[in-house]
Design a protein around this ligand. Structure first.
Ligand SMILES: C[S@@+](CC[C@H](N)C(=O)[O-])C[C@H]1O[C@@H](n2cnc3c(N)ncnc32)[C@H](O)[C@@H]1O
Length: 412
């Protein structure tokens, strides 16, 4: 992989998962959404003071459930990714002053173990090309730190969870994917490294302080975070909901499993590449590893959503002047089939008059514009929703046709 491409990819990553310094509080612990999305969600929740139960079928790092609980509502959310469920549970939990001071003490004991090297380090996680992610020195430090946290805290205790969240922040700050580090420099061969002057223990201590500051402010409402598939929410959550605010996966081939792999491997949510591909296959819009190869001979289910607009777009993508046209057309078809299953099975958990807000962007594939927002609107209309609107929120980047929408609808 060329150095230029690699840097570009890392920069793209830093736009999503790894950009966590611009917002304080629990939103900033780790997040997938850019700042403007946080703002939109916040405004929607503030604008629906009367909402009793708010649902987010695509939790991610918990933006909706967190805003809901901080504004005194009951928030319920699901995600298919167990790491994100763990994280959002931690973000919405209530922490007592006793738990906060126990975390502070546990941080000191953890760092004592690391400094004295009086603990067996965990093995390096099986991340492909791990040496590109961390220098040997950073890797040694992280392996010791990862071993020390469970040695000084009980599994599932608040201290354990809060230290692991700080660990997640540190592992990215100490990695070559961190762009905000002053001492980071590129080497001549295109790789780069954080400077050796960085005191790694103080990076972790600062992250623990940051996490503790957020944990000290408890939400006033209750948040429930559940592992589950949004293609059948009733299986894991109980209705009824009067407001749905969510940002579903986009049809843009971004793999959340790929994005989150450093955290997931270090925390043990992933143990090998095959599991990663399997999990991505279950996720809507996932296309990493085996998920991509399975798309090649995937066929649409019998009850797929019939739409002329979609069929036209699929046909154009499949016949584009590109050898990957057919597989990409399958990708797009599967994305919309999955979203159709989602909308279809969402209705049983919706209250009469429930309001929906889906924050989603359109996409292009080989020059074909896929109007995700219009296709959502078609699906919602077919299911009997009313007051459907696609409100443009912002342009996504310099490509003028790429726009983010709030797709709004009301359940009858
Ligand atoms: C755009 S992200 C959500 C971002 C979120 N608003 C946040 O605050 O980070 C989409 C999420 O949908 C989840 N997802 C994908 N397929 C799913 C499914 N079938 N059921 C539940 N969640 C799913 C992904 O794991 C990912 O976390």
């Amino acid at each position: 992989m060329s150095a230029v491409l690699e840097r570009k990819q890392l920069r793209q990553r830093s736009d999503y998962t790894y950009k966590f310094n611009s917002k304080t509080g629990r939103h900033g612990w780790l997040r997938l959404t850019p700042a403007y999305s946080l703002k939109i969600v916040e405004e929607l929740i503030v604008g629906h003071e009367q909402a009793k139960r708010i649902f987010d079928p695509f939790c991610g790092t918990g933006t909706t459930v967190l805003s809901a609980t901080y504004h005194g509502h009951e928030g319920v959310t699901t995600d298919i990714n167990p790491f994100l469920v763990w994280l959002a549970k931690a973000k919405t939990a209530h922490y007592s002053p006793k738990q906060i001071s126990a975390t502070r003490e546990a941080c000191a004991s953890t760092l004592d173990l690391v400094r004295n090297q009086s603990i067996e380090p965990v093995p390096a996680p099986p991340i492909h090309n791990i040496e590109r992610w961390w220098s040997a020195k950073a890797l040694d430090f992280l392996r010791l730190l990862r071993a020390a946290i469970p040695a000084v805290t009980k599994e599932h205790s608040a201290e354990h969870t809060l230290l692991l969240i700080a660990f997640c922040r540190s592992l990215i700050e100490l990695s070559n994917a961190a762009f905000n580090h002053q001492s980071m420099s590129f080497k001549d061969d295109g790789s780069f490294d954080i400077g050796f002057d960085v005191d790694m223990a103080s990076v972790f201590s600062e992250d623990v302080r940051f996490v503790i500051r957020g944990a000290s402010e408890n939400p006033t409402g209750e948040g429930y975070v559940v592992l589950g598939d949004s293609r059948n929410p009733a299986e894991v959550v109980e209705g009824m909901f009067d407001l749905v605010v969510t940002s579903p996966p986009y049809a843009n081939r971004m793999s959340y499993i790929r994005e989150l792999r450093p955290y997931m491997y270090w925390l043990g949510f992933l143990v090998n590449g095959r599991d990663a591909g399997e999990l991505d296959w279950t996720a809507i819009g996932g296309t990493w590893g085996i998920a991509t190869s399975r798309l090649t001979d995937w066929t649409r289910p019998a009850d797929y959503f019939r739409s002329t607009n979609l069929s036209t777009a699929l046909d154009q993508i499949a016949h584009a002047d590109n050898k990957n046209g057919a597989v990409l057309a399958n990708y797009v078809a599967k994305y919309f089939d999955d979203m159709w299953s989602h909308f279809l099975r969402l209705t049983p958990v919706l209250d009469h008059n429930a309001e929906l807000h889906y924050i989603v962007g359109n996409s292009t594939f080989y020059g074909t514009l896929v109007s995700t927002e219009r296709l959502y609107a078609e699906m919602l209309a077919a299911l009997g929703f009313s007051e459907i609107e696609c409100r443009a929120i912002r342009k996504r980047n310099s490509k003028k046709e790429l726009v983010e929408f709030d797709v709004v609808a009301r359940w009858k």
